[in-house]
Write a protein that binds this ligand. Structure first.
Ligand SMILES: C[S@@+](CC[C@H](N)C(=O)[O-])C[C@H]1O[C@@H](n2cnc3c(N)ncnc32)[C@H](O)[C@@H]1O
Length: 414
């Protein structure tokens, strides 16, 4: 029962750490990476073995993606008293495995979890957990195939979407029920990792998109991790700029929200010179590191003040704006639970200021690229009124080949 994990902690100990990491995210507001770092350093200061870290990551991120569904199932059985605190989190880890894993025997998931609860929380909660988990295990095929439809009560649809209510309602209003359910379903999937593989020598081509599959053992090719939707956007922008500016006429391009540098690297790989800045100095260091690693001499980084205090004008300004990140729930599963509807206003305000700044600093007929990883129209379309559109780029996580939700608007100052 208490099998030792390969080269590391027992599964009981791993589950305890996953439960702790979940608390750090849900109640402590930490990111998943910070929470896992926190539990691993609490773990007697030892670094976790690779297997242990990926087990905790898989369970923690899975619970965060499926949390709405998992809690709905738990509460369907826990009629008298709703479990809370660590007990609920232990149950969540087990229900996640019961819902999604075919490689572990349901009975083993139940017994391991009950054992961990007995050791860490005591006998009575373990008995409660045993009763509930056995029922869920028995009926897991029912839950695995459960579907919602238009006639399902809204509260159940929200729970099954595993999105916070404010986001679900907002998306239904904006895009309709079918889109929202497809979006929610896509956001339950494990994220895929995409890489921009560049030619070995700098300035010899824009490179190609490859997927990094788990356990990728190849050589580290020259390049960088970037979601496929973002890579497609950069390719579109490169094409458009290529049509607009001849090679003799090097445009003056500013990447205003550049860190860690994905957009700048893409433009530079296609041969465009870029001035990159970011309001966060520490994050701007990442742009410098990436630029140096990839050998892009034509990316110039400048301090934010230096840019914003000067009355310079640019041919192209790219605002890859800070936003709610509602398009990247798969890669950052904690985002859906630590955002509030009220926070959106703050982002919209910043986005509006950035666009206004760009309006004043673009040359006549200069090009604005405004992009976010948000699926909310208030952060997207609504922000760029008064500019002439040249191209609108929109990807949702449910669109083939399943990358992030990205919105971009490319247009000229009118
Ligand atoms: C979505 S990220 C940019 C990602 C980057 N363009 C890339 O492709 O790797 C948004 C960035 O905007 C920066 N930021 C936030 N508020 C800002 C502001 N008022 N002015 C400029 N940058 C800001 C953040 O520090 C963050 O690095």
């Amino acid at each position: 029962l208490n099998q030792p994990a390969p080269r590391g902690l027992s599964l009981i100990e791993l589950r305890r750490l996953a439960v702790r990491a979940l608390a750090e995210v849900i109640s402590g507001g930490k990111t998943i990476d910070d929470a896992i770092l926190f539990v691993s350093t609490k773990n007697s200061g030892r670094t976790l073995a690779v297997f242990d870290r990926s087990w905790i990551m898989e369970i923690t991120s899975g619970v965060l993606r499926y949390r709405g569904r998992i809690d709905f199932i738990i509460d369907t059985y826990a009629l008298k008293k709703k479990p809370s605190g660590p007990l609920r989190r232990y149950l969540q880890t087990a229900v996640y495995q019961l819902l999604t894993s075919d490689s572990i025997e349901p009975a083993l998931v139940v017994s391991e979890t009950v054992h961990a609860i007995r050791e860490n929380e005591g006998e009575p909660p373990s008995k409660f957990a045993n009763a509930i988990l056995r029922k869920i295990a028995e009926q897991r095929s029912h839950w695995r195939s459960w579907k919602v439809s238009e006639s399902t009560p809204e509260a159940e649809r929200i729970a099954w979407s595993s999105l916070p209510g404010w986001l679900y309602k907002n998306l239904v209003k904006q895009k309709g029920l079918e889109w929202t359910h497809a979006f929610a379903q896509a956001c339950l999937e494990r994220p895929r990792t995409w890489y921009r593989k560049l030619p070995a020598a700098p300035e010899t081509g824009a490179g190609e998109t490859i997927e990094l599959t788990e356990g990728y053992q190849g050589d580290e090719p020259r390049g960088y991790v970037q979601d496929i939707a973002n890579q497609e956007l950069v390719d579109d922008v490169v094409k458009l700029l290529g049509q607009r500016f001849s090679s003799a006429q090097q445009p003056k391009i500013l990447d205003l929200c550049a860190a860690p540098g994905g957009k700048s690297m893409g433009l530079a790989a296609a041969g465009f010179p870029v001035i990159a800045t970011d309001y966060d100095e520490n994050r701007l260091q990442k742009v410098i590191e990436n630029r140096n690693r990839l050998g892009f001499k034509h990316i110039e980084t400048k301090a934010y003040n230096e840019i914003t205090m000067l009355a310079d004008r640019y041919d192209v300004i790219w605002i890859d704006a800070p936003c709610s990140s509602t398009g990247i729930l798969r890669r950052h599963p904690e985002v859906r639970w630590n955002r509030e509807a009220e926070q959106i206003k703050k982002w919209v305000e910043t986005q509006g200021k950035l666009v206004e700044w760009a309006r004043e600093h673009l040359k006549d007929q200069g090009i604005l690229i405004y992009s976010t990883c948000s699926v909310l129209s208030v952060e997207n379309r609504a922000n760029i009124e008064g500019f002439e559109p040249l191209q609108v780029f929109e990807r949702a996580p449910q669109d083939f080949p399943h990358g992030d939700g990205i919105y971009a608007w490319i247009g000229t100052r009118s």
